[in-house]
Design a protein around this ligand. Structure first.
Ligand code: ZN
Length: 209
């Protein structure tokens, strides 16, 4: 992608309709921040580094990517995912997530990542089934920082009355569908401070709690 030497990350949200992929020109990034980054998964909305195949016993994936920017939104730490999950994340950020915070009148600028690829069982419980994190299918998100500095935190804002509480609820709801499994504070005690999104397929449709 052609990089434009701007010092601000400008996201031309207005130019992106709900249908179809965004145009590459919709994203401009600072050269210093993105000089070594490349477009991932053939998706102009995904910027980061391709990484080596991972194989650790039952865990791992082929062609993983380390995602640093999604549709112009910075990730607090690179997220290691497979392309199916990275593309789903890109679609959700670009359309659903930005829509979900619209009433706060400032777009999402950064997403706080709690976890992505990790070779572990579900909720780190011994004897439990392999986590979707172990296959690169899952991402855990703890907070969203808007361009104006407002932070929406799952732990602090979930269930609260007001614009922030509504926005964090909207963000959770909007992930249900794009992602097959969506877990938040209402699901169990492990998710009191983050959302878990994954692209595992369920026979009974999406699972959102
Ligand atoms: Zn998770």
């Amino acid at each position: 992608m052609r990089l434009v030497p701007l010092f601000l990350i400008l996201v031309a949200l207005a130019s992106c309709g709900r249908s179809g992929r965004p145009d590459v020109s919709a994203y401009t990034f600072s050269r210093t921040e993105t000089g070594t980054l490349t477009r991932l998964c053939n998706n102009p909305a995904l910027l980061g580094e391709p990484t080596h195949d991972i194989s650790e016993g039952a865990c791992g994936m082929d062609n993983p990517v380390a995602v640093r920017y999604v549709a112009g939104v910075r990730l607090s730490t690179p997220a290691t995912l497979n392309c199916r999950t990275a593309n789903t994340l890109a679609d959700w950020v670009e359309h659903d997530a930005q829509d979900a915070v619209r009433k706060l009148r400032s777009p999402i600028a950064e997403i706080t990542i709690f976890a992505s690829y990790a070779c572990r069982s579900r909720n780190n419980q011994r004897g439990a089934r392999l986590s979707e994190h172990a296959l690169g299918n899952a991402i855990d998100i703890g907070a969203f920082t808007l361009e104006n500095g407002t932070e929406l935190s799952v732990e602090e804002d979930w269930g609260k009355v007001g614009k922030e509480g509504t926005a964090i609820g909207n963000l959770h709801r909007a992930a249900c569908g794009p992602f097959g499994t969506v877990l938040g504070p209402n699901s169990d005690r492990y998710h009191y401070n983050h959302f878990h999104f994954d692209t595992a397929e369920y026979r009974s449709g999406t699972y959102c709690r």
